[in-house]
Design a protein around this ligand. Structure first.
Ligand code: FES
Length: 153
């Protein structure tokens, strides 16, 4: 038996247990603290925000009173061609709780299926819980091609 304070250079049982407990505590701390820090630290933006993009559907295949949702950078975007034939575009993220909105041709509104939120074709919130209008995008029609771009404020 080796007691603390003896002249024996071998570690005591007590020293070994202290070392074991300290190692276990540090391991536990790493398992608890690292996920918390990783959760609280925002991820790097791996995809640069797009400033403009070509809509993957030409004007000739885009009849009035129809729409298209497509990826604009890392976000969903919605292009709507009104019954009168004009184009509007928005980020397709609902301003309530971030569900993706869609165009309801039967009602002539942009609709969020999550909580029945509705926006008019100008992107204004008109019914349901959405607190703000949709974020607009600019539309540029060049020949048969459609482009959208972020609004510069
Ligand atoms: S998330 Fe769109 S209405 Fe709630």
């Amino acid at each position: 038996m080796h007691e603390a304070g003896s002249n024996d250079p071998r570690p005591s049982r007590r020293g070994f247990l202290d070392l074991f407990i300290a190692g276990g505590f540090l391991s536990w701390l790493g398992m608890v603290v690292y996920p918390i820090i990783a959760y609280l630290t925002p991820p790097r933006d791996t995809e640069a925000k797009a400033t403009s993009a070509k809509v993957p559907k030409p004007v000739s295949e885009f009849p009035p009173n129809s729409s298209l949702i497509f990826a604009f950078g890392g976000d969903p975007a919605l292009v709507v061609r009104s019954p009168a034939g004009t184009f509007t575009a928005f980020y397709a993220t609902c301003t309530h709780l971030d569900c993706t909105v869609q165009y309801r041709a039967d009602q002539g509104v942009i609709w969020c299926a999550c909580h029945n939120g509705k926006y008019d074709l100008a992107g204004k919130n008109v019914s349901g819980p959405p607190p703000r209008p949709l974020a607009p995008l600019q539309v540029h029609v060049r020949g048969d091609e459609i482009y959208v771009s972020r609004e510069v404020s």
